[in-house]
Ligand binder design. Structure first.
Ligand code: OAD
Length: 247
């Protein structure tokens, strides 16, 4: 741990579970109640925009009831206090990392608090519903066309900032995956990418994920417990390193 200089962290729905946000693949998760083809593909949106807008409007509204948990807060502390570099990449579309204090977060699957205009392709911060009570759709703040869609990366679409993510994976000393099932690529392949580049790899998840065997180490338990403990370990290591340099 004392040699750590660069950490890449990948988070998934499991880190927000203790904040009351639904995961996707657990029993009773979102993908048991909704068909991916209907609510998470461009084709589903073309077939029934009202259904899709309503689905994401409800998820955005649910965010107001949720608060960051100790795992989000610990990652923000790591970003503030760790002497090296930390890149936090999340598959989550909630804003709990930011509300927990993280300043730099890569939302590779988009954000609920953002809207994407199908007319001018601008991404705009967005906190209101995208579907009115009478079925009307609000105008884009940039071009005024009533053609906003959720700024969510759907199946078949390219995740955001992949160049930056792969560059960081190729240079990190430690890759940590938190609360993700390892079922969705390209994120599920990050562990192999980091390992191939020489990084140590650690998984923190409630249970072993689909890709657990790719990691050097897997710790199982709730993120709210495991993540603060792991952050303490890293910060203790980096503090000792600074102290020994000063000495
Ligand atoms: P999943 O629902 O597939 O997996 C969540 C993981 O978190 C599972 O492995 C759970 O065991 C674990 N988990 C649950 N509660 C936990 C807790 N309290 N602490 C730690 N771990 C816990 O969610 P993701 O892996 O994030 O994409 O899903 C990846 C992508 O699939 C999502 O970004 C979404 C979805 O389809 C799109 O919508 C494009």
């Amino acid at each position: 741990m004392t040699q750590l200089a660069t950490i890449v962290i990948l988070t998934g729905a499991g880190i927000s579970a203790e904040s009351g946000i639904d995961t996707f693949r657990s029993a009773g998760g979102l993908w048991e109640r909704h068909r991916i083809e209907d609510v998470a593909t461009p084709e589903g949106f073309a077939r029934n925009p009202g259904l899709v807008l309503g689905f994401y409007d409800a998820r955005r509204a649910a965010l107001a009831q949720a608060a960051p948990n100790p795992a989000h807060l610990a990652l923000a502390r790591l970003e503030r206090e760790f002497a090296g570099k930390v890149l936090l990449v999340t598959q989550n579309v909630d804003d709990l990392h930011e509300r927990g204090g993280s300043r730099e977060v890569v939302h590779m699957h988009g954000e609920l608090k953002s809207a994407l205009c199908l007319a001018c392709e601008t991404r705009s911060p967005w906190g209101a519903p995208l579907l009115g009570e009478a079925g009307e759709r609000p105008p884009c703040p940039v071009c005024a066309a009533p053609m906003l869609r959720p700024d969510i990366v759907w199946f078949g679409e390219m995740p955001y900032q992949m160049g930056r993510i792969y560059e960081a994976l190729g240079q990190c000393d430690l890759f940590v995956s938190i609360g993700t099932s390892g079922a969705v690529y390209p994120a599920a392949g990050f562990v192999q990418e980091a390992r191939a580049a020489g990084a140590r790899t650690l998984e923190l998840n409630l249970e072993p994920s689909e890709g657990s065997h790719f990691f050097h180490e897997s710790r199982n338990g709730p993120a709210g417990l495991l993540v603060p403990r792991w952050v303490d370990e890293v910060l203790e290591g980096s503090t000792r390193k600074r102290a020994s340099h000063e000495g």
